[in-house]
Design a protein around this ligand. Structure first.
Ligand SMILES: NC(=O)c1ccc[n+]([C@@H]2O[C@H](COP(=O)([O-])OP(=O)(O)OC[C@H]3O[C@@H](n4cnc5c(N)ncnc54)[C@H](OP(=O)(O)O)[C@@H]3O)[C@@H](O)[C@H]2O)c1
Length: 288
């Protein structure tokens, strides 16, 4: 018979907290700012009505976190949907990113103002360096810190950073990134990076958590989905949440935006997590 003693109190506490997760659950970043655990990504979401509708629908059904970038061209639609959602601004969490050609101290400050104007907002919740650019990392990070100190952004972070890139910032600045947004899913399970980020209190955020659709027919994924009566996409998102990640699947379709949010009524057992962990094949679907 299962008893509290045989299961272990710490495991029980972990199960309790995982079951408590909801679409509005947050994690607390290293500067105290709360970020919703699940967000909507809008990469390659067409500029205009499609992105506007996707974001508006996501906010309507309970998403509170939207991830865009200058590069995507759709910051204006994201900002518009937020302003027209009727939600108090402080109940939404918006991420945007500085593009590579804008990196450098002055150019980062200028690029940020451009993004803010395009968003139509007065501040950004999280501003990220989109990719590491050789020779510009330190100047760009210095500008990011200025934006933070000027209260134009609530948190700053990076994206596509490997351990040496993170070390460069940690060793040279008092303010370290709150987030590292990287491609992350069972087929690209970068344990070392995850461990490094955890040790340094940098929250890892999983982009392309659905492998951009490439692996949704994987047999193991489908079998685990059948076991929980969930789709492969939902299994992938739940796997990321159970690894303590912030997860930002993208869809421009209402039925999928909803499907991707229905991941809080089940929990993957330890052996299924391990099975998913074992699928790693260093598969990258995004390249610069
Ligand atoms: N920092 C970076 O360099 C970087 C790079 C890439 C992505 N990202 C961020 O991460 C977000 C997500 O990544 P991603 O867009 O590359 O890939 P993803 O979320 O892994 O996959 C998106 C693809 O899966 C489809 N899809 C969504 N939900 C589905 C479902 N339930 N069933 C079947 N197919 C589904 C989408 O199609 P439909 O839209 O047609 O539904 C789209 O083709 C991006 O939007 C972006 O915000 C960041």
């Amino acid at each position: 018979m299962l008893t509290i003693k045989s299961i272990g109190l710490s495991v029980l506490i972990e199960i309790f907290f995982l079951m408590q997760l909801t679409l509005q659950s947050h994690t607390i970043l290293n500067n105290g700012v709360e970020i919703p655990r699940l967000g909507l990504g809008v990469y390659q979401s067409p500029i205009g009505e499609t992105t506007f509708r996707a974001v508006r629908y996501a906010l309507k059904i309970g998403y509170r976190h939207i991830g865009t970038a200058w590069l995507y061209g759709n910051e204006g639609d994201v900002g518009d949907a937020i302003l027209k959602s009727g939600l108090p601004r402080e109940q939404t969490f918006i991420t945007t990113k500085i593009w590579n050609s804008d990196q450098g101290y002055e150019s980062t400050l200028t690029a940020f103002e451009r993004s803010l104007r395009r968003l139509g907002l007065t501040y950004v919740d999280l501003y990220l360096i989109h990719w590491p650019v050789k020779g510009l990392g330190k100047a760009t990070w210095k500008a990011m810190i200025k934006l933070l100190k000027d209260n134009k952004v609530r948190a700053i972070g990076v994206s596509n950073y490997e351990i040496p890139h993170l070390q460069e910032i940690i060793q040279n600045f008092d303010v370290k990134p709150t987030i590292n947004q990287v491609e992350f899913h069972p087929f690209l399970f970068s344990r070392e990076l995850l461990q490094f980020c955890k040790m340094n209190k940098i929250q890892l955020e999983a982009y392309s958590p659905l492998t951009r659709g490439i692996k949704l027919n994987n047999a193991t994924l489908k079998a685990i989905g059948d076991k929980y009566s969930k789709t492969p996409a939902q299994i992938l998102i739940r796997w990321g949440l159970q690894h303590d990640l912030v997860v930002i699947p993208k869809s421009a379709h209402e039925n999928r935006i909803k499907e991707n949010s229905q991941v809080f009524d089940f929990q993957l057992e330890k052996r299924d997590m391990e099975l998913l962990d074992s699928l790693n094949e260093d598969l990258r679907t995004v390249f610069l």
